[in-house]
Design a protein around this ligand. Sequence first.
Ligand code: NAP
Length: 242
Amino acid sequence: MLDNKVAIVTGASSGIGRAIAKKMIEAGATVIGVARSEDKLQSVKEWLGENFHYKVADVSEYERALQVVREVYEEFGRIDILVNNAGITQDTLLARMDKEKWQKVIDVNLGGVFNYTKAALTYMMKQRSGVVINISSVVGLYGNAGQANYAASKAGIIGFTKSLAKEVGKRGIRAVAIAPGFIETPMTENIPENLKKLALESIPLGRFGQPDEVANVVVFLASDLASYITSTVIEVHGGLAF
Ligand code: NAP
């Protein structure tokens, strides 16, 4: 489905991003993973083999994003797919949220999407083709107490994606957001058991999602099977009701 495609996946050292890298490689792509931890990226490389490459970078750094994407273009000759997946949480009620917790989450989750999309767009416009897939969250659509910073960043991603789709559709570039629900990854493993139990009760499928179940959707959206899908949000949450 993705034979000979070159994909950049941010946050590919863990959880959903790592699963996206695996599924894309299985579908025939070459993947360049971006994250801060070289150790974790190296173990993904050992796991996935020669079609996985990586760049160590903090997605919130704009100049570094330009450099990383330029290097990928020079080394691989094209950029077909960008998956903006890197993200963090710094949860606390708004009444207790300091400016630092607000800014950090916005800079990484939303700033990172701007940085890598801006960098990759130059090459996609030249190619007159490309797909940008942004990992938002159900929290960006419906909100969640204790996550005003995260929700704002994830809602921002949706507005960004739809605007981008309108700007570049005629250049053969698609932009789509995915809003996962509760997926079992290191990000969610420390959520208190009582909250997990409560969340489970509102999921019709009766279980949390697995990273591969988000990755499958990413592969579909990145492929030509999704050639008429742009400017939309695909929810992957087992029917989670809010
Ligand atoms: P995770 O296991 O904690 O992985 C987060 C990834 O982002 C890691 O690879 C991490 O690598 C990278 N990252 C974090 N900050 C970064 C930075 N400043 N620069 C570069 N890379 C950075 O979390 P996950 O659950 O897989 O989450 C992946 C995405 O899905 C996030 O955007 C998250 O908001 C979204 N999501 C998750 C869920 C869920 O239930 N798990 C639900 C909805 C949406 P390093 O630490 O090595 O930098």
